[in-house]
Design a protein. Structure first.
Length: 280
């Protein structure tokens, strides 16, 4: 079955994320292993890593996914590029320390240089990162983006192109975000739209390379290219695609993670809804 969960805070010590997720009834969680808005992060000590892994082992959480810092931009050049590569290497090492197998990454923004050049830069940087973390097993999941500004990766084909260039499918895959896909122009309303999306994923990437889903409804209409998450079923996408995803045996053992607003129905409401949609 799909593993329903949400992004949880790691405030007060990263091990706290586990009990937060568990108290919400999560089967999977997503966390930042560091402050996502700062370049520098204090290293994770062995005792902190051990405490995190013990809490995870003793919990009902099956999978933990990490989300990389928002500052990383592999499509940049110059100093930011070097910083981004070093920072992603560090993020992978942190995941390795914590036993986390998947790290979600925003592919980046080409800053006006053009999408083709941007994709080249991203895939080149990813190859470097994979090379520098040779013995690691953590897989980088490139997230589908809404296409705002100069962001790269608003189509499955673009991400497939990058993955193809990277070459190592054991180390790189894809994260499908429903809000971003819809805002980027993918119709997701109705079962047939969902089936068309799955066919496109199978054709270009392969469903086995989908490391996780981000389940978010959208505050803005299809093709808006804006990134505004809404509670499940309360936005322009509506409920049906979420029922299709969480109940599809194709996503067996795949984290289906909420990044919906914390107010209103909150995590409790959205998680309960997803479990009802899945049927158990
Ligand atoms: Zn993201
Ligand atoms: Zn988003």
């Amino acid at each position: 079955m799909s593993l329903i969960g949400t992004h949880v805070s790691a405030a007060g010590g990263i091990w706290n994320a586990i009990s937060r997720g568990e108290s919400l009834g999560c089967e999977s969680i997503q966390i930042f292993t560091r402050n996502q808005l700062q370049w520098k992060a204090p290293p994770i000590s062995e005792s902190v890593a051990a405490r995190f892994m013990a809490a995870w082992r003793d919990s009902s959480i099956v999978r933990v996914v990490a989300h990389a810092s928002y500052l990383i931009n592999l499509a940049s050049e110059g100093k930011t590029r070097e910083r981004s590569i070093a920072s992603l290497v560090e993020e992978i090492n942190r995941c390795e320390q914590l036993g986390i197998d998947d790290l979600v990454l925003h592919p980046g923004s080409h800053l006006g240089e053009g999408a083709e050049r941007g994709k080249e830069l991203v895939s080149e940087a990813l190859r470097k990162v994979i090379e520098r973390t040779g013995s690691a097993r953590t897989r980088i999941l490139i997230e589908t983006m809404s296409g705002q500004g100069h962001t790269i990766g608003s189509t499955i084909e673009d991400i497939a192109w990058i993955l193809e260039k990277v070459g190592d499918h054991s180390r790189a895959g894809i994260c499908l975000d429903t809000c971003h896909l819809f805002a980027g122009g993918y119709e997701l309303r109705g079962r047939s739209s969902y089936e068309r999306l799955v066919r496109s994923v199978e054709k270009h990437v392969g469903s086995r390379h989908v490391g996780c889903w981000h389940l978010n409804d959208s505050k803005t209409d299809m093709g808006s290219r804006l990134d505004r998450h809404e509670h499940i079923g309360e936005g322009y996408i509506g409920s049906e695609v979420f029922t299709c995803i969480v109940s599809d045996p194709l996503w067996e053992e795949t984290p289906c993670l909420l990044e919906t607003p914390k107010e209103g129905p909150g995590d409790e409401g959205n998680l309960a809804l997803l479990k009802k949609m899945r049927g158990y």
